[in-house]
Design a protein around this ligand. Sequence first.
Ligand code: NDP
Length: 247
Amino acid sequence: MNAFTLQGKRALVTGANTGIGRAIAIGLAEAGAHVVAAGRSSCDETVATIEAAGGTGEALYMDLADGTHGVAALQEAGDIDILVNNAGIIRREDSVDFAEKDWDEVMDVNLKAVFMLSQAFAKSVFARSATGRIVNIASLLSFQGGIRVPSYTASKHGVVGLTKILTNEWAAKGINVNAVAPGYIATNNTKALREDPKRAAEILGRIPAGRWGDPADIAGAVTFLCMPASTYIHGAVLNVDGGWLAR
Ligand code: NDP
């Protein structure tokens, strides 16, 4: 068996229409997986890119603001071997003024949906007596506090906690649960930061690698964590941040 291929595997990636999720979907397909590109917005373009490169994929509508809908959509996708919980949102406001609605929205998408999809995925894997991989997308703010992003920081700390508890419960049953923690990656999510010259210079000046991350940098780490080569990696959080946390 080739330890570095995903041939014959079916992977589902949430938030696969854009940014990091789109790059992950393309990376997994390049490694040989059939990719279900799940999104609230259309993932047709992601699938077209995968197919143009000789891979296979399909688009699936999935709105994670409603966990029940997310689970139903996952079940509709058939037997899945790899689940990548990538979709995420951020809301910025001083904690003293932070709205309950913004707290709930971020928690629902960034944390509750990660748990509900992982649970539905595990039930399906166990029912098939199969094995599976879950990769959760965490953040630098899984380890640091940040400012004016209370629900985001709490949700991303929670993602690492979930990665650990699900490892404790599922590692011996054949599911590897790991996380990848991106640093500053050039996507829509960070557009405002990159367009603020002062903030952009501060951030760049702190990154040992001397550049912003590219979504493909995250795809590489996620793809590795789905391969047979990483079978003994459980409960890990792989920082892909150009060295940010080393500083
Ligand atoms: P983007 O804003 O580019 O993409 C976010 C994705 O999440 C989009 O596909 C978006 O869909 C999807 N999404 C948001 N809300 C929902 C919902 N209710 N249901 C389904 N999908 C939804 O962000 P990134 O690509 O940068 O972020 C991807 C992940 O990486 C997130 O979890 C983020 O927290 C994390 N991350 C990103 C970093 C960065 O520097 N960029 C740093 C650290 C972590 P739609 O387009 O329809 O809104």
